[in-house]
Design a protein. Structure first.
Length: 118
């Protein structure tokens, strides 16, 4: 299954802190979010569970090749948009490609939109 780093909020954790933590846990990269690409809602037709996704743009740095990834993560890969589109049946949701397309279209919103972004 292909997906961008994703996860849940820990108790008393801000959304920005969560995206930094989840990216490190799932990729071994440090990530500094600078903008929101979009906020998306999707209901999985198989189990009728609704998801809300916040997608961020930013900078990655300080890769730790020895960082132990979350147990559900098999490996991390960098793929082009075309490679991801070709693997359509392996995408966790249609939001994977939608958020990439929004990024490529230049969509950027201030993280000030978040109440905990101060």
């Amino acid at each position: 299954m292909l997906n961008q780093p994703a996860g849940h909020l820990e108790p008393d954790e801000s959304l920005l802190d969560a995206v930094v933590r989840e990216t490190l846990e799932e990729t071994g990269w440090r990530f500094a979010p600078h903008a929101i690409i979009g906020i998306y809602r999707w209901t999985n037709p198989v189990d009728d569970v609704t998801y809300v996704r916040f997608c961020f743009a930013g900078e990655h740095s300080d890769f730790d090749p020895d960082h132990e990834l979350d147990p559900d993560i098999v490996r991390t890969v960098w793929k082009s948009r075309a490679e991801i589109a070709a693997a359509h049946s392996a995408l966790r949701s249609p939001l994977v490609l939608r958020s990439i397309d929004d990024y490529l279209a230049g969509r950027r919103y201030s993280t000030d939109l978040l109440g905990d972004a101060l």
